[in-house]
Design a protein around this ligand. Sequence first.
Ligand code: HEM
Length: 104
Amino acid sequence: MYIAMNRFKVQNGSEQDFENVWKGRDSTLHEMKGFREFHLLRGPANDADGYTLYASHTVWASYDDFSAWTKSENFRAAHKNAGQNKVLYLGHPQFEGFSVVEGA
Ligand code: HEM
């Protein structure tokens, strides 16, 4: 299994707008081979630095299935409006990918 996460530092005050972008999106992830799960995660607020941490979290059967999605028309379509939402978060999102070593 492979877990792909993208972390966003969402500006204080933009949390609801950011969540609405994800709630309102038109997702076809479930059509992809090897796709298992998606969650949008809200982490702790960092008031000193003015943001709340969020992560998009996907679980895939394998790294190859994840990689194929990133090269697909499905990925391009999912991100066609992403640039318009940059005002909501600080800097660039940070990608982290994990191979599952052990689990239940
Ligand atoms: C390999 C890198 C990336 C991964 C793994 C990733 C992951 C995801 C996933 C799983 C979704 C939901 C797609 C769906 O339901 O169909 C999504 C949507 C989204 N991604 Fe990414 N993403 C990546 C790169 C980026 C970058 C570079 C940005 C910012 C420029 C970004 C911003 C967004 C936004 C704002 C959405 C919400 C969809 C919308 O705007 O309608 N992503 N991403």
